[in-house]
Design a protein around this ligand. Structure first.
Ligand code: NAD
Ligand SMILES: O=C(O)C1=N[C@H](C(=O)O)CCC1
Length: 249
């Protein structure tokens, strides 16, 4: 039998962190060392095998630096990871052998499938745009999931040699056509009553395809978070981005 995994939680009083605390306490193979909600309390998670971070894009790098320095594996759900931030994580890990980091833009299994299917569909359509819809308390836009989806679609389009998506717009109220990520338009909606949702809309001549994902509650992210907690120490790469490889995709 595998030993119980000792887990710390950063952001423990937040919407996601509080759900993670519940999930870690409920699982038979994990044990909560401490849940903290301020960097001043970090020492409380010493002794953890893994720390789960759901905090804020502005503080997550500082948290990661501390975790890597202290030899603790990290499972990161906090959004805002572009290539520059990921490169910084790789540099941190190079200096500290034996620590692994998993950064997942979305821990929802269905959300991971949505991103995977979107990347598969991308080469077959002239047009592709992403619409993400979230609760209005979200700090960042576009969502990490939308950013990652657009990156995947952009890469698949480039590999397939597709030209830029057709768009005759010459007069535009700033923002009306969304932000561009790797040449893919991304639109962010903030709507009371919603949690986390995304549509990827593809179009070609005479046919469109819409792939939609909905997280109806924050419990939906927990199977993915626990999968990350269970696997992070044994992942083949020091930095893993996304749950795809853990799901065999
Ligand atoms: N990857 C995913 O599946 C997924 C799912 C939902 C949310 N998120 C992301 O997770 C992050 C948190 O979302 P949320 O809705 O829970 O936010 P939230 O504001 O409800 O919670 C964040 C908590 O972190 C605390 N905090 C801030 N700085 C801290 C620090 N340095 N150390 C410890 N705690 C600190 C805050 O006090 C707050 O309680 C966001 O970036 C969000 O986009 C990711
Ligand atoms: O509620 C949030 O905030 C979410 N953030 C992640 C993102 O930015 O993609 C995942 C979905 C929920």
């Amino acid at each position: 039998m595998r030993p119980v995994i000792k887990v710390g939680v950063f952001g423990a009083l937040g919407r996601m962190g509080s759900e993670v605390v519940r999930a870690v306490e409920a699982a038979a193979d994990t044990e909560l060392v401490a849940g903290i909600d301020s960097p001043d309390e970090r020492e409380k998670v010493l002794g953890s095998d893994v720390v789960v971070d759901f905090t804020h894009p502005d503080v997550v790098m500082d948290n990661l630096r501390w975790l890597v320095d202290h030899g603790i594996h990290a499972v990161v759900g906090t959004s805002g990871f572009d290539e520059a931030k990921l490169a910084e994580v790789r540099r941190l890990l190079d200096a500290r052998p034996g620590v692994n980091v998993l950064v997942a833009p979305n821990f929802g299994i269905a959300a991971v499938l949505m991103m995977h299917f979107a990347a598969k569909a991308a080469p077959y359509f002239e047009s592709a745009e992403v619409i993400e819809l979230h609760h209005p308390n979200k700090a960042d836009a576009p969502s990490g999931t939308a950013y990652r989806t657009a990156e995947l679609i952009g890469a698949a389009r480039a590999e397939a040699g597709l030209a830029a998506a057709p768009d005759a717009t010459t007069s535009e109220l700033p923002g009306a056509r969304g932000a561009q990520v790797e040449g893919v338009r991304v639109h962010a909606l903030r709507i009371t009553g919603m949690i986390a949702h995304q549509e990827v809309v593809f179009g070609t001549h005479g046919e469109t395809l819409t792939i939609r994902h909905d997280s109806m509650n924050r419990e939906s992210f927990m199977p993915g978070v626990l999968l990350g907690v269970r696997r992070v120490a044994d992942l083949p790469d020091r930095l893993t981005v996304g749950l795809e490889s853990l799901l065999g995709l």
